[in-house]
Design a protein around this ligand. Sequence first.
Ligand code: CAA
Ligand code: FAD
Length: 379
Amino acid sequence: MLFQLSEEQLMIQQAARDFAQNELKPGVIERDEHQKFPAEQVKKLGELGFLGMMVSEKYSGSGMDAISYVLVMEELSKIDASASVVVSVNNSLVCYGLETYGSEFQKEKYLKPLASGEKIGAFCLSEPEAGSDATSQQTTAEDKGDYYLLNGTKNWITNGGTASTYLVIAQTNKALKHKGINAFIVEKGMEGFTVGPKENKLGIRGSDTHSLMFNDVKVPKENRIGEDGFGFKFAMKTLEGGRIGIAAQALGIASGAYELALSYAKQRKSFGKSIAEHQAIAFKLADMATSIEAARMLVYKAAWLKDRGQSYTLAGSMAKLYASKVAMDVTVEAVQIHGGYGFVKEYHVERLMRDAKITQIYEGTSEIQKMVISREIIR
Ligand code: CAA
Ligand code: FAD
């Protein structure tokens, strides 16, 4: 594995760092407080080519590699994980799924505006009764000849209110269990499709999480992705890459909190010296730096394997499991290092601590990552 980033990767990393400082940082506290979606910022992320980073130029993407993608995710997440989750979902769940498994018609019609950032996408697998146990889909897609009739409810859908294009997983043939599941492209505005109210969340409060209701929605047959019955494999393969994106998000949240804690520890004085000079605090910083570096290696390795066309199932789950734990541990310590100041919003670390928690839950909980990892190493 290469440890030296290329000139191009360094430039992309710097562009993301600048964007996070100049465009995301101002207003991040207010957006969190008022649960405001970063609409203007997302539009600019699209203009920078960050919403279709790994999509080929043929389909209006930026044609970048997965390493560049994780660098961008890390930099954006240091400041605003509510904005970075939009980047993650649009890139690694929606655009990747369409480019890899979609038909030419689907790529022309749906992928191009998603990759250019003109439109935003959502990935809809979870349901009230099917979260970790994703094969027990209750949403049905009845085959009616030239269209499918979609009925059911999805919940916790990121970009649920903002998206125009939704990749929806549904059960077509219950008798075939997971082999009877399909994935469909559903457009906002299709008759019978409604969006529920925005969820009021602990963290990533600026991100747009909604339930979605489908009531006799007619989905044209050409909007089914892949062969009949491919939907569950589609979701699993797509999530493998998504987990690398969320691992990079967790890494960014941890790095952001660490950078703030280090800087604060050097300037805050107690008992006649900086708190960084007290060994109890210095050792916390040492542990934080070490675990972040280990997480970074796992994240880069997963992205590197993806770029080389090698299997990244195991590496992606390991990266997500570990980086999300590091995000939680490091943000808790960052608040501790800030003392009382860490407990108030203007110092940012309390938000990072609240944002860190979701990385252990979505795109497969930590327990689910352990299932994937253990199955991979035992089989
Ligand atoms: N690639 C290809 N196929 C896969 C696969 C993979 N990575 N993982 C499983 N499959 C296939 C299996 O081979 C099997 O197919 P066959 O019978 O043809 O062999 C089929 O899928 C069923 O597999 P399992 O028996 O392993 O299924 P399971 O019921 O034990 O569940 C699981 C497996 C990994 C736990 C899966 O249910 C899972 O990933 N759950 C978590 C769901 C999740 O991550 N949701 C995230 C929603 S999106 C999101 O959260 C976005 C966001 O926040 C921003
Ligand atoms: P459950 O599956 O009910 O799990 C509850 C607990 O039991 C967890 O700790 C879990 O790890 C544990 N558990 C369950 N089964 C096992 C087992 N076999 N062994 C050990 N432990 C187990 N989903 C989407 O499809 N698209 C999105 O865009 C999306 N965005 C989200 C955004 C937010 C803010 C949130 C909160 C969720 C989002 N999700 C999305 C849903 C997310 O993927 C699920 O919440 C997650 O997969 C867990 O499912 P669940 O909430 O039903 O928990």
